[in-house]
Design a protein around this ligand. Structure first.
Ligand code: HEM
Length: 390
């Protein structure tokens, strides 16, 4: 095992001790296996893609775990927003807001100045904790996307927004474990949702349609549903992107490929793609079988669960390497596929790309002076990754 793989393994193990085993032993789940008490499991990119692109037979709705939590936190109407007509209307109405050009503009406007400060700090020989930077950058973007009212403009303000979204994600992981949802968990979840989206009803009344919340109103979502959508975006947009930023910086260092990137900044999009492939920050995707179906030669029955090992499927191509040709089977599988493909993929790529540009723009490679893995988090990542330029 090389240095980059060693640290990635420790990142996974720190988040949840069983995760490395699941993701590595998961290689055996090709094309498809049935595992007692878990259900169907696949680590095969083509099989995973056919599940994701077959809404007739597979649904994101899961009345047992996370789905039940969301329904209790927000109301039974979430089913329609997550996978019904409301979902289709929302995706159609907001498509242009999440395109490449608006994503680049949003990212530049929201984090451009903060990254310029980071560049100056690095150029002056000072250390930068990329993990903390990632959290605050992502916090800034989510604050702007959802118009979260904040009073400060410093990093601590945006780290707080990040922490709220992380808290909500942690509650959904508890629910995914299948344990009974206690009244206390539901009450705690409602308090966190209120902190993240309590402002949305007011914003929904007045917000312009150039903006996500106003656009939801235009698409026919009521204020309540719009707040639910905001909670979903808050959870989806934060830990994933911060993890990808931080782990990609570590991978570039640990493989030595940062030298190539510093010499050829045009490779940034390549580094973003490889970082997303190797880290696959949404490592596992779940679905429920909606109706009996044949998949990879096996018969799946309505109501069964299927787990897609996204991390494993993407990492089978090999370790992080700039210049690696794209593998057609797992093309952007790290963002999912089909009607639930990541809505914020252009924003995520712009955030990671701008951060890498900042790091390489001084023209010197970096060294890691402190590294700490995040313990017991939903999305594996670093708690600290402090770098200085060499
Ligand atoms: C590196 C960063 C990210 C990764 C790896 C990622 C990955 C994913 C994946 C795999 C899915 C599909 C889940 C499924 O099929 O069950 C998804 C859905 C989603 N993502 Fe992302 N995501 C990232 C960042 C973001 C950002 C920045 C936003 C918002 C600005 C966002 C918003 C969403 C939303 C709203 C969905 C649900 C889409 C739907 O159900 O129609 N994500 N993401």
């Amino acid at each position: 095992m090389n240095r980059a793989e060693f640290h990635e393994l420790r990142v996974l193990a720190a988040s949840r001790p069983a995760l490395p085993l699941l993701l590595h032993a998961g290689r055996l789940a090709r094309p498809l296996r049935h595992v007692p008490r878990v259900g169907w499991v696949t680590a095969d990119a083509a099989t995973a893609r056919s599940v994701l692109t077959d809404p007739e037979h597979f649904t994101v709705l899961d009345r047992g775990g996370v789905g039940r939590l969301w329904a209790q936190l927000l109301g039974d109407w979430v089913d329609d927003l997550f996978d019904g007509e409301g979902h289709r209307a929302l995706r159609t109405a907001t498509r242009d807001l999440f395109g490449e050009a608006p994503a680049r503009e949003l990212v530049e406007r929201t984090i451009g100045a903060r990254l310029a400060e980071t560049r100056a700090r690095l150029a002056a020989g000072k250390p930068v904790d990329v993990a903390a930077l990632g959290r605050t950058l992502v916090g800034r973007i989510v604050t702007e996307l959802l118009r979260v009212p904040v009073t400060g403009t410093d990093d601590a303000t945006y780290e707080k927004v990040f922490a709220t979204a992380r808290e909500l994600a942690a509650i959904s992981l508890e629910a995914a474990g299948g344990a009974d949802l206690t009244d206390e968990t539901v009450a705690r979840g409602r308090r966190v949702v209120a902190r993240l989206t309590g402002h949305v009803e007011q914003e929904w009344r007045t917000g312009s349609t150039d903006h996500l919340v106003g656009r939801c109103r235009e698409a026919g979502l009521d204020a309540h549903q719009t707040a639910g959508m905001a909670a979903l975006v808050g959870v989806a947009a934060t830990e994933t992107a911060a993890s990808a930023i931080t782990r990609t910086v570590a991978l570039l260092h640990d493989t030595g490929d940062q030298h190539k990137l510093v010499a050829s900044p045009a490779l940034v999009p390549d580094a973003v793609r490889e970082g997303l492939r190797v880290t696959a920050p949404a490592p596992v995707i779940g679905r429920t079988v909606r109706g009996d179906v044949e998949l990879a030669g096996r018969r799946l029955r309505a109501g069964e669960r299927i787990t897609l090992l996204n991390y494993t499927a993407n990492s089978l191509t090999g370790g992080f390497r700039l210049g690696r040709p794209a593998e057609p089977a797992n093309r952007e599988l790290w963002f999912g596929a089909g009607r639930h493909r990541c809505l914020g993929s252009a924003i995520a790529q712009a955030e990671i790309g701008r951060t890498l540009e900042t790091l390489t723009s001084v023209g010197r490679p970096w060294r890691i002076v402190e590294r700490r893995y995040s313990r017991r988090v939903v999305i594996p990542t670093y708690a600290r990754l402090t770098v200085t330029l060499v």
